[in-house]
Design a binder for this molecule. Structure first.
Ligand code: DGJ
Length: 707
């Protein structure tokens, strides 16, 4: 059992393979405090770490100064408005207009395995690998019950947390803030790592010292976003890839989020994560419940590398459900950068003809096959095949591709509606808009109001009809704009604050229905590149398009940031043509291949038009993919050098779980003149040395057998 309750000491001890988390109940009032999070310890009797024996003492011993206690005590789930002036995890608005609440321990239950979260993506695990603590607390005046849920995984160093709020009273109550996790720690001179970016520049690692006050990141864009990412790590100043204490926090959610650290007057740090309270409120009528999405916490004493490997294992084993999770994915060729909107049946068949001879296994038809779409100004929502482009129809094309021994995949952007579409002309009220205000267009499109069950149903049926019409084995689910002008024709005013979260529930329902009806479908999520590369989406699709920047050197930083949390098997990575369409740079075809091999691997170019010497290299790249993908997909990942940091070279290694083989990739982007060779003893077992080469952008790919 990885979770134990010690009655005498009123302590809960949660153990993972190498970490321990301890929660305590204190005082007659039943405050729930946080005692310890760190390396695994045998002793449970560490309630003294909550320092209730020091001033300002618990309220039963010093009711005169409750606020001093509440403002210093390490609260497990801090509440608003009663004396803890640090930021809170939950606040409300009552019918009387008040916002304060105070939670006290009521009861608890420890169960084997992990209950699922209704309508939400979440990690899962059987009775043999995890157990869950359900800690019930209440505000007795509001009759508001809160269940804090903690699942400890024994096979990875992860603890998953979520929160369920139940209105057990008779009055309506509005939740105005319900975060999913809060951890109070002493600030031992920590650094903070977050991931930031922009379109085509996603997930750049940013590390800086934690300092007094608020710091963190969020999204108000209706998606996890290109700009900020729902991940945060707090780590010792001198922690690096191999050494030091690291705490990672990852939000299993794809919409608006908040990830925040607050260092207070006593230099203690409160780490918080959950749904962004901005533009959020949720009406709980008597008897209703609200379930907040899950935060995964990982502790590592082996530096960032240890944290990364725990997240990779957890997400591979306990989040991704797709049958493709443990399989080599078909090598695909996508026509987006090959043709953009300018394609027809003949062009796609010509690409398939060439590609199949080179060993490529699937053709993916991207944007532009439906309605009257010749550019990005029209037809989203009209999911009807454009037969003037696809002569003979979709089935004919798919059959022709299949005849060439290739699978067929298709692009959709199901959440969108073009103002110039039959769907919009028929149902203008299906677009997100505020009554009387013209909504902002972005990429000349609006967003469908997926808070409405009728719109969800219609959208699902459109996608499903197309999938039934031909042998389609892959879907790229795109989402190309952020949400603005939040309004719904059907949500009542008192529920408009629920819009953003209800929208996400609509997206999750659509994808759940899709993978239930088409269990063998390979689903790849995408959002204008990587704006929704998050754990929420991985629950539905085993891979996500990483970025619209396919330049191999830019990809080094994007893939480094992404792989800090996500397994290589999830990173959509393709070889594209040069000069690169996003950046204009030319890199060797060989290098482009090595960089894409660190992800799902595929091509995004017109294979009928690339230089002959590049085309000739494809069969050997295909061979390498088949040879190495098992290691890449399932192995342990070691980051050895970062081009993002040193601006000269990048190096990473993947090692099989049985430690018998390792694959190392070294990319030298820039030479340093008159400099000696590199030496590294990464992870003690491997020593390597690489000579600086004279030419720019060189790649070395080494397979090491360790026996
Ligand atoms: C954004 C995606 O990231 C691209 O790969 C491509 O599918 C376009 N959308 C199509 O509009």
């Amino acid at each position: 059992m990885s979770i134990a309750y010690y009655d005498k000491e009123r302590l809960f001890k949660l153990d993972t393979g190498s970490s321990t988390y301890v929660i305590g109940i204190v005082d007659d009032e039943g405050f729930i405090g946080h005692a310890y999070y760190g390396p695994r310890i045998a002793d449970h009797n560490i309630g003294y770490l909550m320092r209730t024996g020091e001033g300002p003492f618990v309220p039963s011993k010093n009711g005169r100064d409750r606020t001093s206690f509440l403002d210093t005590f390490p609260m497990e789930y801090p509440t608003h408005g009663v004396g803890d002036f640090r930021d809170d995890a939950i606040s409300v608005r009552t019918v009387g207009g008040n916002s304060a609440l105070q939670l006290r321990y009521v009861s608890h239950e420890i169960v084997q395995g992990k209950p699922s979260l209704p309508g939400l993506p979440a990690t899962f695990g059987g009775d043999d690998v995890c157990s869950t603590l359900l800690l019930k607390c209440t505000d007795k005046d509001l009759k508001l019950d809160v269940i804090l849920s903690y699942t400890a995984f024994e096979d990875t160093d992860a603890i998953a947390r979520s929160v369920n709020v139940i209105n057990s009273g008779s009055d309506d109550i509005y939740l105005t803030r319900v975060l999913s996790a809060s951890v109070d720690m002493d600030n031992e001179n920590y650094d903070l790592i977050t991931l930031h970016g922009s379109w085509a520049r996603e997930r750049r690692i940013n590390r800086r010292p934690l300092t007094t006050g608020f710091q963190g990141l969020n999204s108000v864009r209706g998606e996890s976003s290109h700009q900020d990412h729902p991940f945060m790590a707090v780590l010792e100043h001198d922690a690096n890839q191999d050494r030091g204490e690291v705490y990672g926090f990852s939000f299993v959610y794809s919409g608006n989020f908040l990830a925040e650290c607050y260092v207070n007057q006593y230099d203690s740090v409160r780490i918080m994560m959950g749904i962004n309270p901005i533009d959020f409120s949720w009406l709980l009528k008597a008897g209703e419940e609200f379930c907040a999405p899950e935060v995964v916490m990982v502790h590592s004493s082996e530096g960032l590398g240890g944290m990364t490997r725990s997240f990779h294992d957890l997400y591979r084993q306990h989040l991704i459900r797709s049958p493709y999770k443990d399989c080599k994915r078909p090598i695909l060729i996508n026509n987006w950068e090959a043709t953009y909107f300018n394609f027809d049946t003949d062009k796609l068949i010509a690409i398939a003809d060439q590609a199949s001879k080179l060993g490529i296994e699937m053709l993916v038809m991207d944007d532009g096959w439906f309605g009257y779409r010749e550019d990005d100004n029209t037809s989203l929502g009209d999911w009807i095949v454009n037969e003037s482009k696809l002569k003979g129809g979709l089935k004919y094309l798919v059959d022709e591709v299949n005849k060439r021994g290739m699978k067929f995949g298709i692009w959709f952007e199901p959440e969108m509606i073009s103002p110039d579409s039959d769907l919009y002309r028929a149902h203008p009220d299906w677009a997100i808009a505020i009554d009387g205000r013209e909504p902002a267009r972005s990429r000349n499109q609006y967003v469908l109001d997926l808070t409405r069950p009728d719109v969800v149903d219609y959208t699902y049926n459109q996608v499903s009809t197309i999938l039934h019409s031909a042998n389609i084995e892959y879907v790229k689910w795109d989402m190309n704009r952020q949400l603005t002008d939040i309004g719904s024709a059907t949500l009542p005013a008192e529920r408009m604050g629920e819009f953003f979260h209800r929208y996400m529930l609509g997206v999750y329902e659509l994808q759940e229905r899709l993978i239930t009806e088409f269990p063998d479908l390979l689903l790849e999520n995408c959002s204008g590149g990587g704006a929704r590369f998050d754990p929420g989406m991985l629950y539905y699709s085993p891979q996500i398009w990483c970025s619209d920047d396919t330049d191999a050197i830019e990809r080094l930083s994007i893939q480094e940031g992404t792989s800090l949390v996500y397994p290589l098997s999830t990173m959509g990575a393709h070889i594209s043509d040069c000069p690169n369409h996003a950046l204009g740079r030319t890199t060797p075809f060989r290098t482009r291949g090595y960089v894409a091999l660190a992800g799902t691997f595929g091509y995004e170019l017109d294979v009928t038009r690339i230089p002959e010497e590049d085309r000739e290299m494809i069969p050997s790249q295909v061979e390498m993919y088949h040879k190495y993908n098992d290691i890449v997909r399932m192995g342990d990942y070691y980051r050895i050098a970062s081009y993002h940091d040193n601006h000269e070279y990048d190096c990473y290694m993947v090692v099989t779980k049985d430690r018998s083989e390792a694959l190392m990739t070294y990319i030298q982007v820039l030479n340093r003149i008159n400099y000696h060779s590199r030496r590294n003893t990464a992870s003690h077992m491997w020593m390597w040395r690489i000579r600086q080469r004279r030419a720019m952008i060189r790649t070395v790919h080494i397979q090491v057998r360790c026996s």
